[in-house]
Design a protein around this ligand. Structure first.
Ligand code: GLU
Length: 534
């Protein structure tokens, strides 16, 4: 088969030793998008040969994160496929078989050096020669008959690859880094199989990639130094070497390798902070790859048709969370209300429950609300009972939330930001009043807020005015004329009295979605408490 007719087969091979991190997700996305753009296959393989650090739970977390990102795999755990099993621990027989092949070719030898011996050699070399250049090949020259005898006697041993003497530089053309060359004479004879019979990472990866007919290995450049070793193993097995593409590192905005210090690093954390899978996939795909150097919003279908290895840069990519927030906002603005409702349910429940649990009826303003030592409002304690009730409410009221969505859509960069924006709608007359807003709007010199709110109260209580945004707003506007005040002087106090804050989503659009009695009760409450406290 020639390059052009061979089906592209790529793999993402996470080790289940932790959650799916941003870097791993970017590698997965590049593999997935490349497979899709080439009409090839995307394979998921679990590399769980480190028994101490691999867990079933981590594996499940990774699979869930992959599904949440929408990175569907053609072969792998749960979906199976013709090259399975797709979990390394279930492939032990294949590594044993490959070892037999290498033994038959004389490409490997058993090494009986103990850990203590090797440690001592390393320490000596570091002291006397200024560095350790790897295994010195002590067992390479062992007489085969003696080696056989020692194995039969049960002496512990590993299997090492005999790096061919006189092997010229190991060369490969990396799809990202370009032509690479590593001298072979500095490679020591690497271990392929450990004393307990388990394969090392390099050996297992080569066996799997070869047996799964992987055509392109796309992975992080932390594996770049493994690649020449893996090529030696391919050569020893007499197998074709795939194309390699190493992806540059992801750095935080401070130029240091992205880590916990920079905040969230796992995909789940991003999910829980209200990011959308489409936005995260778009954002991560652009870490190191570009469509044309300028387009930033790249929907999945475009990514899947246009992704190419030749537009991946070897420059380190900077993870800019502000850009991610902006991009997430773009996706929120493009989504329809039903989708938003479906994805936002956990935060809607939280908002409604918070509204239910607000107990403070009003706030007595401090003399100086900008005083940093002024008491801050207590955080609302949300009870389990309220959450339960809120959940039932959210489930039963999809149409209500779909009507709220257009009012808040422009103001959300993340789904979790809905909290705090609409909880006032569910607090009833207990609506908590922001202290600063009370001082600046209701109690300001010459604000005439009490008089204005009394008039507003009568307008809103008037059953003759339909309970709809425009007629209510018009009726309140008319008050400006009647009372001879500016529009702002009427509308700001209304906002504070109903939403509890001088900043809120469009007010009358939301008021229309509330009950008349509830809104009137809020005005009564403010009139009775705020001004009386003066
Ligand atoms: N299991 C390896 C890792 O998680 C994958 C290495 C590879 O892609 O070859 O880093």
């Amino acid at each position: 088969m020639t390059e052009t007719t061979q089906e592209v087969r790529v793999r993402f091979a996470p080790s289940p030793t932790g959650r799916l991190h941003i870097g791993g997700a970017r590698t997965a996305i590049d593999n997935w998008a490349f497979a899709r753009s080439q009409g090839g296959k995307f394979i998921l393989r679990i590399e769980d040969t480190d028994p101490e650090r691999s867990t079933e739970e981590n594996k499940q977390v990774i699979l869930r994160a992959m599904r949440w990102l929408g990175l569907d795999w053609d072969e792998g755990p749960e979906v199976g496929g013709p090259f399975g099993p797709y979990t390394q621990m279930e492939r032990m027989g294949t590594y044993a078989q490959a070892l037999e092949t290498l033994k038959a070719k004389g490409a490997v030898y058993p090494c009986f050096c103990t850990k203590e011996e090797l440690d001592a050699k390393r320490a000596k070399a570091e002291d006397e020669e200024g560095g350790y250049s790897g295994y010195d090949g002590t067992c390479r020259g062992l007489d085969p008959a003696e080696a056989k005898r020692r194995i039969e006697a049960g002496e512990p041993h590993v299997w090492r690859l005999a790096v061919p003497e006189g092997h010229g530089p190991i060369e490969f053309d990396d799809a990202v880094y370009g032509p690479m060359s590593f001298p072979a004479d500095v490679m020591d004879d690497l271990i392929l199989v450990r004393t307990d019979g388990s394969p090392t990472y390099n050996f297992a990866v080569v066996c799997d990639d070869a047996n799964m007919a992987i055509t392109h290995v796309i992975r992080g450049d932390d594996h770049l130094s493994n690649t020449p070793r893996q090529i030696l193993i391919y050569e020893a097995l007499g197998l074709p070497v795939p194309t390699f593409a190493h992806l540059s590192m992801i750095l935080g905005p401070d130029g240091k390798k992205l880590s916990k210090r920079h905040g969230a690093t796992s995909v789940e954390e991003y999910r829980d902070r209200g990011y959308l899978p489409d936005a995260l996939v778009n954002f991560l795909a652009l870490l190191g790859w570009s469509l044309d150097g300028e387009t930033t919003i790249i929907p999945r279908d475009v990514l899947c048709s246009q992704f190419s290895l030749d537009r991946i840069t070897k420059k380190d990519a900077i993870f800019d969370e502000k850009k991610l927030d902006w991009m997430n906002g773009v996706y929120i603005r493009e989504m329809d209300a039903a989708t938003w409702y479906g994805l936002s349910r956990p935060w809607l429940v939280q908002s409604v429950a918070t509204g239910y649990c607000i107990t403070q009826t009003s706030v007595v303003p401090q003399a100086n609300p900008s005083d940093p030592n002024a008491p801050q409002p207590e955080p609302v304690e949300v009870t389990a009972e309220a959450l339960h009730r809120a959940e039932a409410f959210v489930n039963a009221n999809q149409p209500l939330f779909e009507r709220i969505f257009p009012q808040v859509q422009e103001r959300l960069n993340r789904l979790d930001e809905i909290e705090g924006k609409i909880d006032f709608m569910f607090s009833g007359a207990n609506c908590r009043l922001d202290q600063k807003s009370v001082t600046k709007v209701l109690l300001k010199e010459g604000a005439r807020a009490e008089e204005i709110l009394r008039a507003v109260r009568d307008v809103l209580a008037n059953e003759a005015i339909p309970w709809q945004c425009d007629p209510l707003q018009d009726a309140c506007k008319q008050l400006c004329e009647t009372l001879d005040v500016k529009v702002k002087m009427v509308f700001q106090p209304i906002r504070v009295a109903i939403a509890g804050n001088m900043v809120s989503p469009p007010l009358f659009e939301l008021v229309e979605l509330m009950e008349r009695d509830d809104v009137v009760a809020r005005l009564d409450n403010v009139i009775a408490t705020v001004f009386a406290a003066q």
